[in-house]
Design a protein around this ligand. Structure first.
Ligand SMILES: Nc1ncnc2c1ncn2[C@@H]1O[C@H](COP(=O)(O)OP(=O)(O)OP(=O)(O)O)[C@@H](O)[C@H]1O
Length: 239
């Protein structure tokens, strides 16, 4: 597998404060790569740095071409789809209008979108603001998938969703990943276990671990140390 995205020495800052520090990793051209880490370590800011949405320095190469000097809309045009954490649907537009606004190509991928999100087909005329959180997430994902992209950056798509909806979103992501590689920020480790091939773990704005997601999650001590969750390591013998 070759890399679709290479990030080298990426730093990002917000209001003069550095929140991404010298981050380097590669995203393979297939499957789902997870970005993990505790709250506030810079996962969202890493995606926003790649998209040129915050001040950044460093190299970002998409399919062999540098994109770190480009404005956000140019990065999108090059084929980087971005599904932000807060979904950003236009609440006073219908589902159909939300999707239509995202279209950049002559033949949008309507078949793919309709097959992934049948619920949205029935709700085409519904105002997006009246959809549930899960349905809004699906609109947000559908807007990215309606175009051919080289990679999707998806930020916490299951956040705040009920377990059944989390399963639906995870299934849609798994299916979408058969058509486009995905860089996924995700806190739900069950979803990560289910979907991710590789994992990039951040701490304090820096990469502290990269490698197989399943190998990391199978190692309780490592998972606990990196993410502060899972089974705590034993602290001495029985008393
Ligand atoms: N608009 C902002 N203004 C000031 N500081 C910010 C802003 N957005 C993020 N930060 C800071 O940048 C750091 C990284 O935040 P970021 O949202 O990238 O982390 P994260 O890993 O995605 O967190 P979470 O898992 O809680 O979403 C944090 O210390 C955060 O407080």
């Amino acid at each position: 597998m070759s890399a679709v995205l290479e990030v080298v020495g990426l730093s990002g800052s917000i209001a003069g404060q550095q929140v991404v520090e010298d981050v380097s990793f590669t995203v393979p051209d297939r499957g789902i790569t997870a970005v993990l880490g505790r709250n506030g370590v810079g996962k969202t800011s890493t995606l926003r740095s790649i998209m040129g949405l915050i001040d950044r320095r460093g190299e970002v190469t998409l399919a062999g071409e540098r994109i770190d000097g480009l404005r956000t809309h140019r990065i999108v045009q090059r084929g980087v789809g971005y599904v932000p954490e807060d979904r950003e649907v236009f609440s006073r537009l219908t589902v159909a209008e939300n999707l239509q606004l995202a279209v950049r190509q002559k033949k949008p991928n309507w078949e793919l979108v309709d097959s992934l999100f049948p619920d949205l087909v029935a709700r085409r005329s519904q105002m997006a603001g009246t959809l549930s959180g899960g349905q809004q997430q699906m609109v947000s994902l559908a807007r990215a998938l309606v175009n051919d992209n080289r990679i999707l950056l998806v930020d916490e798509p299951t956040k705040g969703l009920a377990p059944l909806i989390v399963e639906q979103v995870a299934a849609a992501l798994a299916e979408a990943a058969t058509t486009v590689p995905i860089l996924l920020v995700e806190q739900n480790l069950e979803v990560v276990r289910q979907l991710a091939g590789d994992a990039v773990v951040l701490s304090g704005g820096r990469v502290v671990h990269t490698g197989s997601a399943s190998a990391m999650l199978a190692d309780d001590e490592l998972t606990h140390r990196l993410l502060g969750v899972g089974v705590a390591p034993a602290t001495g013998g029985a008393r």
